[in-house]
Ligand binder design. Structure first.
Ligand code: GLU
Length: 468
């Protein structure tokens, strides 16, 4: 059976790194097994779902490189992939269950349900629906519905044992009698999460559900629905959640948690997926930690996912960011520099500076500094400085500094012929070339700037008044 996994976000907010890791594990598992990664939008909460959030989630996933094989915008034969477009299938399934006595209409108002909850709490019982509408006979139920009374549909929860054979947690046992008859269709006809998820996982041929372990308690309900409809449920893997440094599940109060915030802070998608993949999953020992998505997908095996919650560590993420920045191909580096022109100067500067700095922001600043012509007014050149700059200017024939090695050669030969110290010479040259006494070696600067640009900058420096 070919692998079909899904990521099923609700478009009620921006994509959180915890969700990204769920998406990533699904994606890695699909790629590893040559299966399909399906994106399903769970937008049945009409109040909270927004098309803008859906668009943002799709954009974030694309930015991360987690392309889906089937989804709202990629047809694959099991669509539609937006739950709001699948309402007739939920109603038909609910009708089927009602017809077989496996579901019933519930007329309890929200106030009545709340009163029930309080009663049970007062008796020290778990606050769940007590099943009172199960007893309403079919004729009575039909009459009340005809008279326009609002009714939800509830599932008759079987009371027997349900074992979730979880690939990460092992077998987890539930007793149906501990679970209530949950709502499958709300009074407005919209499906509940557990019902829609169970139906769609079947309709979309999902073979394995990989999701956060906050959903483990839902799984027996989804299994019961599948079985009631005569289906074999998919396999499950519940992955421990990501926690903050204080041990609580990662949330807004820990700082940046959305993909958008990470992106705005200069985190590279390559670094974020690499870091998140290793958060709760470990590659075989001896494997280099810094990897791209395609290598990670070759290495990924679910049984190396940890059973303990993972700790989010911003410093470790920053370390991955540095590692990936050093490895980025030039075209990606140039895209990060926008709106700077991707000319030869920027190209050479990013090649060198991406190995020196810690973040794309720092890279942009460093490249901008090199691109900016030093202000002549800021230079105070001594007569000795002028002599070395003149000598350098003379040595910069076209093409003389085509490589950093050639540039080093040029500098060495000038230094040999000059009376002053090499340090003083380099200091004056760097000031004239970039206006700053610190930074890259002068040979590297010369190579980045090229002969012509370097000569222009030297000429401007030489045109400045002589200092003391
Ligand atoms: N829409 C659910 C969520 O975002 C999906 C849970 C699942 O994967 O079944 O939490």
């Amino acid at each position: 059976m070919s692998v079909r996994v899904r990521f099923a976000p609700s478009p009620t907010g921006s994509l959180h790194v915890g969700n990204v890791r769920t998406a990533l594990f699904n994606w890695l598992h699909a790629r590893k097994h040559g299966g399909r990664f399906i994106l399903r939008i769970e937008d049945t909460d009409r109040e909270r779902s927004r098309p803008e959030w859906e668009a943002a989630i799709l954009e974030d996933l694309k930015w991360l490189g987690l392309q889906w094989d089937e989804g709202p915008d990629v047809s694959g034969g099991a669509g539609p992939y937006r739950q709001s477009e699948r309402l007739p299938s939920y109603r038909a399934a609910a009708d089927g269950l009602l017809g077989k006595g496996m579901a019933y209409f519930c007329f309890c108002s929200p106030q009545a349900l709340e009163a029930q909850r309080q009663e049970r709490l007062a008796l020290g019982l778990p606050p769940r629906y007590d099943g009172r509408c199960r007893a309403i006979v079919a004729e009575e139920s039909a009459r009340r519905r005809r008279s326009g009374e609002a009714a939800a549909v509830r599932f008759v929860m079987p009371s027997d044992r349900i074992v979730v054979h979880d690939l990460v947690k092992g077998d987890v046992e539930f007793l149906g009698s501990d679970l209530d008859d949950f709502v499958i269709l709300r009074a407005d006809g919209s499906p509940s999460y557990n019902f829609a998820a169970a139906l769609d996982d079947h309709a979309m041929g999902i073979t394995l559900v990989i999701r956060g372990d906050d959903h483990l308690a839902n799984t027996p309900r989804q299994i019961a629905v599948a079985r009631a409809l005569g289906w074999e449920p998919p396999s499950y893997s519940h992955v421990p959640l990501i926690h903050g440094a204080d041990g609580a599940p990662l949330s807004k109060r820990h700082g940046a948690v959305s993909v958008a915030e990470h992106r705005a802070a200069g985190i590279l998608p390559e670094a974020l997926v690499n870091y998140l993949a290793l958060l709760g999953w470990s590659p075989p020992s001896g494997t280099d930690e810094v990897q791209d998505l395609s290598t990670l997908s070759r290495l990924f095996v679910l049984d190396r996912v940890s059973r303990a919650p993972a700790r989010y560590d911003a410093e470790r993420l920053a370390w991955f960011n540095r590692q990936h920045l050093r490895r980025l191909p030039t075209d990606r580096l140039l895209a990060l520099m926008e709106p700077m022109p991707p000319d030869d100067l920027t190209q050479r500067a990013v090649k060198v500076l991406s190995k020196e700095v810690d973040s794309p922001g720092a890279l942009k600043r460093a490249v901008a500094e090199i691109r900016a012509e030093p202000r002549p007014g800021s230079l105070r050149l001594t007569a000795a400085d002028r002599r070395v700059l003149e000598a350098l200017d003379k040595a910069l024939a076209p093409g003389a500094v085509g490589t950093a090695d050639e540039a080093r050669h040029v500098l060495d030969s000038i230094c040999r012929d000059l009376p002053g110290s090499k340090r003083e010479f380099m200091h004056a040259a760097r000031l004239a070339l970039v206006g700053s006494p610190q930074g890259l070696p002068v040979a590297t600067l010369l190579w980045i700037l090229g002969s012509e640009r370097a000569q222009r900058r030297l000429a401007r420096a030489l045109a400045a008044p002589v200092g003391s």
